[in-house]
Design a binder for this molecule. Structure first.
Ligand code: NAI
Ligand code: MG
Length: 369
């Protein structure tokens, strides 16, 4: 059995509480002989700043480089509001993304049947929903130069952001989308705006050529990004994998996220390039939510986003798709049985604590045999 090197970076606020639940699940898989993990633990964000005055230490960056996967909790909080800008908690996450070259952000939107009625959309629109947004994370308008505010001759100002994409950047993100679609329902929807943007024209041409060259077995459709946003709210089940640039992905993934309910339910993955020698990718898995200082230390945090992030690590970094299915199945069982943390419970209904939710998921794993 392969030994998987996993670096845990719990971070701040509710990060350590939700990470603690993942640790129980890791031990359960090990005890059952279903996986072998060597765990390292490090500090990130405010916790790292308190310990050594930077948002992640060189030693922990080295551990991240050496790990098969990094599990990241959340960073930030009012305690670090006044730390120097370059050491602010978020800098730890940005450094990890940059140094590990994590260009592909994966955000699944899964609607567990038991929670379909909690969505703001009609239950039949979201029940059984299982789509995946693949967002380009390191290019596009958030990084393109020039990026500036210029003062004009008449004293007024002009803000400039630049959307830039190369064929290489488009190919590598679209290849990730096609590969993932092959493990799912075999369909990729590429969202851009070729009607008004040159990068959109290039995006469409590039994905079309890549499809013809290497992925003819996968269904490819092109959709204008604004229409995609509308379709996500109208009938999201038409999609399997949606691939898009950084800006559209930022928006579309938030739209998709809210189809399924609470922030406490949403996992994510960020992947780097495949190492041609080993076939492995650098990868970081994290819940979409932040450090939730308003509920930290109170046992109120929902650990499902963090546990779901570990399920993604099993699937995408450890080649353990069955174990991932089993873990997600256990989450569905627990929700099906009516177990709820406060964020997903009906107003006034009984809710379990973070630890109780973690324990219930371990029990449900056990019950699945
Ligand atoms: P947040 O996601 O921490 O919280 C937003 C709301 O959702 C809060 O009311 C919170 O209690 C609730 N919530 C979040 N996760 C939950 C969970 N697992 N279970 C139950 N309820 C949950 O976002 P907010 O309040 O904007 O930011 C708080 C801090 O987190 C800030 O310092 C921010 O910079 C940081 N942050 C960090 C992120 C990261 O580490 N990737 C991402 C987003 C924010
Ligand atoms: Mg966003």
């Amino acid at each position: 059995m392969a030994n998987h090197k996993l670096l845990l970076l719990p971070g701040d606020g509710i990060g350590p509480e939700v990470m603690g639940q993942v640790e129980k699940i890791v031990s359960w898989f090990e005890k059952q002989g279903l996986g072998s993990f060597s765990l390292e633990r490090g500090l990130v964000g405010g916790a790292a700043y308190d310990a050594h005055k930077q948002a992640i230490s060189e030693g922990d960056m080295k551990l991240a480089q050496d790990a098969d996967a990094v599990l990241f909790g959340a960073v930030g909080g009012p305690k670090w509001a006044d730390v120097p800008y370059q050491h602010r908690p978020e800098a730890g996450l940005l450094r990890l993304r940059k140094d590990l070259g994590l260009f592909a952000n994966l955000r699944p939107a899964i609607c567990y049947p038991a929670l379909a009625s909690a969505s703001s959309l009609k239950p039949e629109v979201v029940e059984g929903l299982d789509i995946l947004i693949v967002r380009e994370l390191t290019g596009g308008v958030y990084f393109g130069e020039p990026k500036e505010i210029v003062t004009l001759e008449d004293g007024s100002k002009r803000g400039v952001d630049t959307q830039l994409y190369t064929t290489g950047e488009i190919e590598r993100i679209c290849a990730v989308a096609f590969e993932l679609a092959r493990t799912r329902r075999n369909k990729v929807s590429s969202a851009e705006k070729h009607n008004v943007m040159k990068t959109g024209v290039l995006w469409k041409q590039t994905v079309t050529a890549l499809h013809a060259k290497s992925y003819k077995d996968v269904e490819l459709e092109h959709v204008l990004a604004d229409n995609c946003a509308m379709q996500l709210v109208r009938w999201p089940k038409q999609y399997d994998v949606i691939v898009c640039d950084n800006l559209f992905g930022d928006i579309l993934s938030d739209v998709a996220a809210m189809l399924t309910g609470s922030l406490g339910m949403l996992p994510s993955a960020s992947l780097g390039a495949e190492d041609p020698a080993t076939g492995k990718r650098k990868a970081l898995y994290e819940p979409v939510h932040g450090s939730a200082p308003d509920i930290a230390g109170k046992g109120l945090a929902n650990p499902i986003a963090m546990i779901g992030s570990f399920a993604m690590a099993l699937r995408y970094s450890f080649g353990a798709g069955e174990a991932a299915d089993r873990l997600e199945g256990a989450i569905a069982d627990v929700l099906g049985a009516g177990t709820r943390t406060k964020d997903i419970a009906a107003p006034g209904a009984n809710a379990v604590s973070t630890t109780e939710m973690g324990d219930a998921i371990v029990k449900a794993l056990e019950a699945r045999g």
